[in-house]
Design a protein around this ligand. Structure first.
Ligand SMILES: Cc1ncc(COP(=O)(O)O)c(C=O)c1O
Length: 376
């Protein structure tokens, strides 16, 4: 590549057309309703449930509060089995609820929780499993469901990366007791900050809606110790506009993924994930694994090489959550228990991917990665 590219980050948020958002803002200014289950909030929840193909959805002001609330809604206590290979919010949500996280290892193909390791980690204190559809890749749903049934455990999926992912035409958010989304700026679908909980029954949605509004059932009745996690009208109006372009965004992400896969197919020591049959992927991330022995350069070496070219990949998810305090002293955080997670965390690098990323830039990035590397 002759000239340096401008700074390229791992992601770049899609914003709705400015004029359209101004129209929405005018409506908000006219109504004077800016939060508390206003008209945009109501319309957004309906539009979201239609787009995703789910029955009950509660919008939140971010994904972390949605996770915290999901655990409260099911009254989860004791120990919860979860993955170390995720963003810290997954485990922090347990910690804030005074629940003990128990880490289990991931499987090597899609980096989601290994069902056999989940089963092995169950104790008398285990009440739930909190798996993550990491990078938008579906967890081993049927096996996790079977374990949950067998041991009477709840399942809360952290689906922060999995907006729009479907399995055989069915939303991934229909799996588990609850499924939690994030609409943070870095995600496939964003409301600047935002999130949601998908539940199966109207009564559970009602319960969650009370919890996200201080526990208020009506003007005079508080049914429990809720929190303030409501999505406001500006976020909801912005989100409604985002739904108009989400399919196009996912199409563009797919084209970028295919371009990366083609350009990197013959670089020895670089591997990447494949699509799964029957899954509509959302192409949220493009993680590669760098095998230093065959590629000739370490993951961190490649990370630095890209950085010198103004390309800022991210080492998601390194370090593992289990390596951070307060989790690093826990028994389940030890290296031997999490050998696959450690291996993947040491090799992974997420390359830039967002709808506006030009395919010619993808070729440039792949060229930098291929330079001096051994060919297959
Ligand atoms: C896996 C995962 N869980 C939870 C969260 C928290 O979501 P939020 O940033 O919307 O609070 C994020 C990302 O931000 C995430 O990547």
């Amino acid at each position: 590549m002759k000239k340096k590219t401008p700074n390229l980050f791992v992601t770049k948020p899609i914003l709705p057309p400015f004029e359209d958002f101004i129209c929405s803002l005018e409506k908000i200014w006219e109504s004077g309703i800016i939060t508390n289950n206003g008209p945009f909030h109501q319309e957004f929840e309906l539009a979201l449930s239609k787009y995703l193909g789910v029955k009950n959805i509660s919008a939140f002001n971010n994904g972390t509060l949605a996770l915290l609330t999901a655990l409260q809604a099911l009254d989860i206590k004791g120990e919860v089995i979860t993955t170390p290979f995720s963003f810290v919010a997954t485990t922090h949500a347990l910690w804030w609820n005074k629940i003990k996280p128990v880490f289990a290892d991931i499987e090597p193909d899609y980096f989601t929780l290994d069902p056999a390791k989940i089963e092995a980690a169950i104790t008398n204190e285990t009440t739930a499993i909190m798996p993550v559809h990491v990078y938008g890749n579906p967890c081993r749903l049927a096996e996790i469901d079977e374990i949950a049934q067998k041991y009477g455990l709840k399942v809360i999926y952290d689906a922060a990366h999995a907006f729009g992912v479907e399995i055989n035409g069915k939303s991934i958010n229909n799996y588990g007791d609850l499924s939690v989304l994030s609409f943070h700026a870095t995600k496939v679908f964003n409301t600047i900050e935002g999130g949601a909980i998908v539940s199966h029954y109207p009564a559970m949605k009602k319960h969650i809606d009370h919890l996200k509004n201080f526990g208020f059932e009506d003007e005079l009745t508080v049914v429990g110790p809720g929190i303030n996690a409501k999505m406001n009208e500006l976020q909801a109006a912005y989100g409604l506009l985002q739904l108009n372009t989400i399919e196009e965004s996912i199409r563009k992400r797919k084209a970028i993924t295919l371009a990366y896969r083609e350009a990197l197919a013959n670089v020895s020591g670089i591997t990447f994930l494949k699509d799964t049959d029957g899954v509509k992927h959302n192409y949220a991330y493009f993680p590669i694994l760098v095998d230093e022995r065959t590629y000739g350069i370490s993951r961190d070496g490649l990370y630095d090489r890209l950085k010198k070219n103004n390309i800022y990949g991210r080492r998601y998810f390194y370090p593992l959550i289990s390596q951070f305090p307060p989790y690093n002293d826990m028994e389940s955080a030890n290296t031997a228990n999490l050998s696959i997670a450690y291996e993947v965390a040491g090799k992974v690098l997420c390359l830039p991917i967002y709808p506006d990323l030009e395919l010619s830039v993808v070729t440039d990035i792949a060229e930098i990665i291929s330079k001096n590397a051994n060919s297959r």
